[in-house]
Write a protein that binds this ligand. Structure first.
Ligand SMILES: [Zn+2]
Ligand SMILES: [Zn+2]
Length: 264
């Protein structure tokens, strides 16, 4: 069953397409389910080009729920959100998440301290740091996010590689530790094809991660991380190949924060 669970809308300020246009693209591509998961207000920074504002959130929820009604029968539209993890603003974020009937919450680490490390505007900072330490810090933060119990799906689990700045250490032990925590918490992760469109030119997460996840039986969702209608479902053939190669036969779908496994 085809389902794309990671789709952004023009509301975040750096994507193109209304909910309508994005859902229409999913229908055209034969999807049975589509999850809109735009960037939740960041709370640690205000930037109209990175996420919707707190004032826009209720309208976003309403627009997606309205699309669910309108497209019912043709495609199942889910209300998702991509929320950050950031310690100092976490209480406010959790309270905000509880106010709306999300079907699932993708948790993503985009910021370490004050550095939005996945922003193309701030790539210079990679030259000043120890990449091994950066990767371990990033994966530690993802693990803390999982242990917070607030999120259903870990977004792009190895986002640290986005600009193809690679570590020298073997990340497998850290992946295993993270995935064991996910298994314990009942948290999924996503296979996200957007990495193919960035300098790293690779799906998130890398195959070493997917193999350990398959071995431990950690469920997976699929997401294009589309920021325009054309990218909905993009490169899902490669995502399927990666998952099947690791031994996956099922993927996870959500409704009202409850997960079910369905055949790939
Ligand atoms: Zn985005
Ligand atoms: Zn993200």
């Amino acid at each position: 069953m085809k389902a794309d669970y990671h789709i952004h809308t023009q509301l975040c300020g750096h994507a193109r397409g209304t909910v309508d246009e994005l859902v229409a693209s999913a229908i055209e591509k034969g999807f049975k389910q589509v999850g809109i998961a735009d960037h939740m207000p960041m709370l640690y920074a205000e930037d109209a080009h990175l996420a919707m504002t707190p004032e826009q959130l209720p309208g976003y929820v309403e627009e997606v729920l309205e699309a669910r009604e309108r497209y019912g029968g043709r495609i199942k539209v889910l209300l998702g959100i991509e929320a950050d993890y950031h310690g100092p603003t976490q209480a406010e974020r959790v309270a905000m998440l509880e106010r709306f009937p999300f079907d699932y919450v993708i948790g993503s680490v985009h910021v370490l301290g004050d550095w939005i490390f996945d922003s193309p505007l701030d790539v210079d900072r990679y030259d000043e740091l120890d990449l091994d330490e950066f990767y371990m810090e990033y994966l530690g933060e993802v693990r803390a996010m999982v242990q917070s119990g607030v999120y259903d799906i870990v977004g792009h689990p190895d986002l640290a590689k986005k600009f193809d700045k690679r570590p020298t250490v073997d990340l497998s032990p850290a992946y295993r530790g993270l995935l064991e925590a996910m298994k314990e918490r009942g948290t999924c992760y996503e296979v996200n094809t957007a990495g193919l469109r960035w300098p790293v030119k690779e799906i998130y997460p890398e195959s070493a991660f997917v193999r350990i996840a398959a071995e431990l039986g950690v469920p997976v969702t699929l997401g294009s991380d589309a920021h325009c209608p054309e990218d909905v479902g993009r490169d899902f053939d490669m995502a399927l190949e990666l998952l099947e190669g690791a031994g996956y036969t099922e993927h996870a779908v959500f409704h009202g924060r409850k997960m079910t496994l369905v055949p790939l």
